[in-house]
Design a protein around this ligand. Structure first.
Ligand code: URP
Ligand code: ZN
Ligand code: ZN
Length: 466
């Protein structure tokens, strides 16, 4: 397969080149028109378009059990939707909850995913109960299962929360085996007090989900995680779904001090707000209940997050894709915001939503590729197999049309959700062709992929560890 006439964009630069794919692998880049005449039985014309590495969404939750229900996308529906949006790899979170066995949790996740994915997939492991057995399992996952990152929670007491002692032990273990700790940084016990007090005052609407999770409690937890990682011997630490300026400041300070601290944000925090979405009339705001919550438009969070993306204090944009239908799922929290399942779906829209940042002059086109594909690959042990257009890399390629337009709507999206968090958004730019390991999945809006094409990725250690 030969992709001709396009502009190849990588994290390090932009140049006109023809890309030759043999089987599942990129084998050569040629100056435009200089590929040998017999190269490429299948030619894809990318004239006027950008040729980028397939998107890597390092934070998804297909079929996550949460709040008495399950995230509404299966690995089948969710990875197909991802493909439509130019994402060719996801890293999903396998789950061990308090009282469960880590290896059982991993087996259950393979049971959900294996044979059902349209694109390649890897796993992080949520460790919801740090004990001797779980700590031992962490070594096994790194050594034998290709899982080199572990998510801990400072929130959700009784379900996922680890106390500071448990966090420290897991961080020490990670420092020993070379893996990365990912942190849900919110002070859960303090938040639970605020939630109880709000409900006692009769404040039950969705906006109170946000008001009871103040940004200061994200910042406090972020600072505490950074301190604990230092005490553990500078364990690599990655703060997930960052939404607050104060938390970002803490990460920036740690990075300035030379620490192994990284962070991601998500499109919802770059575009949506507490007042406009979570505060929508009636129960409507339930669509945007997620944790960390959307932040106030009257503060500087969004501006600071975009700046963090430019300065690399925020290294990655993931979706935290965790969809719940409004009907029957979000509605579990009618009359009590604390019972609304937490999560927003968006795996299909990340590449487009961040390209809008390029159009708006907030990111360079190279930084776009870096934050949606290259850095996720390097951060989570998939580079250079994924995340770059270079000879030897998997042929995961997206042809992106900068002159196209994308309109986001529940009417046209492919995620298994009965609403869209971005309903009516119009974006300059559109996914044109999506290729996964040399197979065209999407072309001209039509789907050619299949369930089962996606393979499990055994990941190596992060490229960022020192
Ligand atoms: O609200 C969210 N973020 N739901 C998914 C679970 C998590 O904490 O990432
Ligand atoms: Zn989380
Ligand atoms: Zn998440």
């Amino acid at each position: 397969m030969l992709i001709t006439g396009g502009t190849v964009v990588t994290a390090t630069g932009t140049h006109a080149a023809d890309v030759l794919i043999d089987g599942e692998t990129i084998v050569a880049l040629f100056a435009p028109g200089h590929a040998p005449d017999d190269a490429g039985q299948q030619v894809i014309d990318a004239t006027g378009k950008l040729v980028i590495p397939g998107g890597i969404d390092a934070h998804t939750h297909m079929e996550l059990p949460f709040g008495g229900t399950f995230a509404s996308d299966t690995f089948d529906t969710g990875t197909r939707a991802a493909a439509f949006g130019g994402t060719t790899t996801i890293i999903d979170f396998a789950v061990q909850r308090y009282g469960e066995n880590v290896l059982d949790g991993l087996a259950a996740w393979h049971g959900k995913a294996d044979g059902n994915c349209h694109i390649d997939y890897g796993f992080h492991m949520i460790v919801g109960g740090v004990d001797d057995e779980a700590l031992k399992a962490m070594d096994q996952l790194v050594d034998h299962e290709g899982i080199t990152s572990f998510k801990l929670f400072m929130a959700y007491p009784g379900v996922f929360l680890s106390d500071d002692g448990q966090i420290l032990r897991a961080m020490q273990k990670a420092r020993g085996n070379g893996s990365m700790i990912m942190m849900h940084a919110e002070n859960g016990p303090a938040i639970d007090v605020l939630i109880r007090q709000a409900l006692e005052r009769g404040e039950t609407d969705p906006i109170h989900h946000g008001l009871t999770r103040p940004s200061e409690l994200e910042a406090e937890a972020t600072r505490r995680a950074i301190s604990l990682a230092k005490v553990a011997g500078d364990t690599p630490l990655y703060i997930v779904h960052m939404s607050a300026s104060e938390a970002l400041e803490a990460v920036a300070a740690a990075r300035d001090a030379g620490r192994n601290v990284f962070a991601e944000t998500c499109p919802q925090y770059l575009y949506l707000t507490l007042e406009d979405q979570l505060g929508a009339p009636g129960f409507e705001g339930a669509k945007w209940v997620c944790s960390t919550p959307l932040r106030s438009r009257h503060e500087s969070h969004q501006r600071d997050l975009w700046k963090g993306l430019r300065s690399n204090d925020l290294a990655i944009v993931s979706t935290d894709h965790c969809p719940f239908c409004f009907k029957d799922q979000k509605e579990l929290g009618l009359g009590d915001f604390s019972k609304i399942p937490n999560g927003i779906g968006g795996v299909e829209h990340r590449v487009d939503l961040l390209y809008q940042g390029v159009v708006d002059g907030k990111l360079s086109v190279e930084r776009w590729v870096e934050t949606i594909a290259t850095t996720p690959a390097r951060m989570f042990g998939l580079y250079p197999r994924k995340g770059v257009i270079a000879p030897g890399s998997d042929a995961d390629v997206v042809v992106y049309d900068p002159n196209g337009r994308t309109r986001i709507s529940v009417e046209t999206h492919h995620m298994n959700m009965d609403h869209s968090a971005y309903e009516g958004y119009e974006i300059a730019g559109a996914v044109d062709t999506v290729i996964s390991r040399g197979t065209v999945l999407v072309s001209g809006g039509e789907y050619h992929g299949r369930k089962g094409h996606g393979r499990y990725l055994r990941r190596g250690l992060s490229s960022y560890l020192v």
